[in-house]
Design a protein around this ligand. Sequence first.
Ligand code: DC
Length: 206
Amino acid sequence: MIIAIDGPAASGKGTLARRLARHFGLHHLDTGLTYRAVAAALLARGLPLGDEEIAISAACNLDLSRLDRDVLSAHEIGEAASRIAVLQGLRDELVRLQREFAGREPGAVLDGRDIGTVVCPDAPVKLYVTASPEVRARRRTDELLSKEKPADYASILADLKKRDERDSSRSVAPLKPAEDAHLLDTSEMDIEAAFKAAVDIVEQAR
Ligand code: DC
């Protein structure tokens, strides 16, 4: 059983993926963390973000069981992750690790940008989770404020739009819904409603 979840930054796909995994007793991988972990390793060593060979060697040392969401959620790491995500050789290596993970019994939920299109094109259930940029920026702002971190709505909105543009317009594995993905627009939904809608979609597909 594989559930593939894609969508833009701050669409709520990560929360949904975690909850679906718990509900259906599946493993969960936030594939954004794999790009973030490579970006963080390069930033920490002051290495360039545009060098494919260096990025691939950082990816080869990745341990999927040690991805720390709190550390990797930093804004500058997300930006750097989006920049290295255009490197085809790096993507090939990360996709290999992600597919290995997807093969674990009894199944897995993977979320990212290209799960339904590239990583697991045969997944029996695909969701494309989205929300308007304004709603996503508001959610991200509230999340940061609730953790007592600085957050400015206008600059978060501008950053999200920039990242959407970069993730959707790159030539390799761009962000886009798979043809057979179920679209879930959560602009007008809270997390409970989104979760219920997603469970219904998965139940129907099973
Ligand atoms: O989901 P996120 O914000 O943690 O992802 C960070 C960046 O990683 C995102 O801007 C693009 C890249 N990414 C990707 O290219 N493919 C994926 N499957 C997941 C993330």
